[in-house]
Design a protein around this ligand. Structure first.
Ligand code: CMP
Length: 141
């Protein structure tokens, strides 16, 4: 299990949290938890209601819809935001493909954080746009 400072450093290097100072990052770290997964574990299941926002601290995950891999996410990338934003079921499965550690915060903490620090939304929107462009340019099956 990583120490608080390691998680603070990892979160601070993630675009989404880059706008927060050390003190604010510490508050975020203390209000979330780190979870470990084995390769093959499903972290987020399509169709279930979302209760958390996740950042990959270490390892690798795939975003899957049926047989299709929509994206591969690694250290510094996030997932699980869509369900928290639109209050709809999870749009895809997210599965660990390597032993993976994630830092997760609850919907409540995520919402409070975004309301208190609206500057966090811009990097998230940039990532949204990037993922949408990638989805648009990938061949449909
Ligand atoms: P959510 O719908 O809460 O749960 C599944 C997550 O997979 C979703 O949030 C996004 O974080 C992520 N996701 C869904 N579709 C894509 C995509 N096309 N590219 C990258 N990530 C995605």
């Amino acid at each position: 299990m990583a120490g608080t400072q390691e998680v603070i450093n990892a979160l601070g290097s993630i675009g989404f949290f880059a706008g927060l100072n050390q003190k604010q990052l510490k508050i975020v770290v203390e209000s979330g938890k780190e979870l470990s997964y084995k390769a093959g574990d499903t972290i987020v299941e399509e169709g279930t209601m979302g209760v958390g926002f996740y950042m990959v601290v270490d390892g690798k995950v795939e975003v899957r819809k049926g047989n299709k891999v929509l994206a591969t996410l690694a250290k510094g990338q996030f997932f699980g935001e869509m369900s928290l934003i639109d209050e709809q079921p999870r749009s895809a499965d997210v599965v660990a493909v390597l032993p993976t550690r994630c830092f997760t915060i609850s919907t409540w903490v995520f919402t409070a954080l975004v309301k208190e620090h609206p500057e966090l939304v811009l990097p998230m929107l940039k990532e949204f746009a990037k993922r949408l462009r990638a989805a648009q340019s990938s061949p449909t099956s």
